[in-house]
Design a protein. Structure first.
Length: 223
């Protein structure tokens, strides 16, 4: 594990990325990183390297991953309650037993979220995009203040697909999104048009969100 003492400087963006990866791997590892002072260390790094864009991006991503631990804990409690309720229904002769977590492979990623560009009318803003603690909404918020900027209830989402959407269309002389890094969450009346920093993550997020939608529609007690 990466040394979490401040005297381990020089600190590099690769070390911060390692902390981010560890925090994303599981709730237990995220808790260990926090217990060892990982959050405080990353905040020190961010303050020490304010002009290093790579360290700033990696550090902010790591902070978001660790702060998502509370979100994951809330989700775990909700899932446990759903399983308990399902067990009671089964004993009563009802259907809907929850024997395993159908979102096990993607739950951590969805709850922790990711820094993404949210496009609207050809302009973009960097947001923390994640799933709400009850796993029933897609939320985007200010990555610094955590102020919610919008949400889409899963009941209103009709499709999640790769590629650009209406909001990605560039303005004249405005910024242009990388189409390979884009995907769209299409709602009944509006869409959430997103861009990731790395194109290979698009398949992961589109697949995870579609998996969430299937569970929401077919087995909501497992959320």
């Amino acid at each position: 594990m990466v040394c979490l003492k401040e005297d381990s400087i020089p600190l590099t963006s690769s070390q911060v990325k390692t902390l981010d990866s560890l925090s994303m791997s599981s709730r237990e590892t995220a808790q260990l990183v926090q217990d060892e002072g990982g959050l405080e260390l990353i905040e020190t790094i961010l303050a020490s390297y304010p002009k290093d864009l790579e360290i700033q991006r990696a550090g902010k991503s790591a902070v978001l991953s660790m702060q998502a631990l509370d979100n994951l804990n809330k989700s775990a409690k909700i899932t446990a309650k759903a399983a308990k309720d399902a067990s009671k229904r089964k004993k009563a002769g009802a259907s809907g037993d929850v024997t395993s977590d159908p979102l096990k492979e993607v739950r951590t990623m969805l709850a922790a979220g990711k820094l993404m560009n949210v496009w609207n009318g050809g302009s973009k803003s960097s947001c923390h995009v994640l799933i709400s603690s009850d796993f029933r909404s897609v939320v985007w918020q200010n990555p610094s203040s955590k102020a919610k900027q919008g949400a889409m209830d899963l009941r209103t989402i009709v499709a999640v697909k790769k590629g650009t959407g209406e909001g990605h269309k560039p303005r004249l002389f405005g910024p242009t999104p990388e189409a390979k890094n884009c995907f769209t969450v299409q709602g009944e009346r509006s869409s959430l048009d997103l861009e990731l920093a790395v194109g290979r993550e698009v398949d992961e997020w589109v697949g995870a969100l579609n998996q969430l939608l299937v569970v929401f529609k077919t087995n909501p007690a497992a959320l």
